[in-house]
Design a binder for this molecule. Structure first.
Ligand code: IPE
Ligand code: IPE
Ligand code: MG
Length: 250
């Protein structure tokens, strides 16, 4: 079972077009579907679920669609936060929220504040998020630390940089899912997905329900994660063998 699942929820627009509905109807159906997925993930004991809701590139969409997406986001947060709280879900939002309407920023803060101490599923919503933005932010922070004399250049290692990324307290995603049939990462968690198992499905996001989620989990369960080792090492290894073969020192 993966500890952390990250999902690009794609295909809302096409789901609506197929039904001769406006794109926003697809986004509404997509938000409905989040409820299903959150409850599936919680039931399966998954520790963290990260959902890509709005990318840093999505501002390029028609202004009306962007506005409707913002409105939907506020509505969904305000409506769902109490229920999430009752189910012990800890909600967090990653991405540059400074460009969001004030109302949305306020809703995010309220939701995060209310659910802060919950110990169930951690639900991370990536909004105005970009993987390159995330890495650049970490680099800028570290450059500041070096300039201030608190770190030296040699302190900047992959492990150190990873601690400066969004949601760095969570394990990296074990399983990445993209609905909607595209085979790309679209600037999602570029660093954090380095060793994720990738799962792509044609299924459009509003139709990606429990059965599809279970299928993705079962695909994940059938894979061998080798992290650079040989299959035999992973198969036959006792943890002591693995430790002995680990020359990276980590
Ligand atoms: C994903 O669905 C939702 C967002 C990007 C906000 P799309 O809106 O990208 O749906 P398609 O790809 O046009 O079908
Ligand atoms: C990626 O979907 C972002 C989200 C699902 C929020 P897009 O549909 O915007 O991705 P591209 O631009 O087609 O790759
Ligand atoms: Mg899309």
């Amino acid at each position: 079972m993966p500890r952390h699942v990250a999902i690009i929820m794609d295909g809302n627009g096409r789901w609506a077009s197929k039904r001769h509905l406006p794109r926003v109807a697809g986004h509404r159906a997509g938000v409905e579907n989040i409820r299903t997925l959150v409850s599936c993930a919680a039931k399966r004991g998954i520790a963290a679920l990260t959902l890509f809701a709005f990318s840093s590139e999505n501002w390029r969409r028609p202004p009306l669609e962007v506005r409707l997406l913002m409105d939907l986001f506020v509505m969904a947060l305000d409506q769902e936060v109490q229920k999430l709280h009752e189910n012990s879900v800890r909600l967090r939002v990653i991405g540059d929220r400074s460009l969001f309407p004030d109302k949305l920023q306020a809703s995010i803060e309220t939701a995060e504040g209310l659910t802060h101490n919950n110990t169930g599923l951690t639900l991370v919503i990536a909004a105005n998020y970009g993987g390159q933005w995330d890495i650049a932010n970490a680099a800028r922070y570290l450059a500041g630390e070096v300039a201030a004399g608190r770190l030296t250049e040699t302190d900047i290692t992959p492990d150190r940089l990873a601690t400066c990324l969004s949601a760095s307290d969570l394990p990296f995603p074990d399983l990445f899912i993209r609905s909607g049939g595209e085979h790309r990462i679209s600037n999602f968690m570029l660093w954090q997905l380095a060793y994720a198992e990738l799962y792509f499905t044609e299924c459009l996001w509003p139709d990606f329900g429990q059965a599809e989620f279970e299928q993705a989990l079962s695909s994940y369960g059938s894979r061998q994660r080798r992290f650079g080792m040989t299959g035999d090492q992973v198969d036959g290894a006792h943890s002591s063998d693995l430790a002995a073969s680990d020359t990276s020192g980590t």
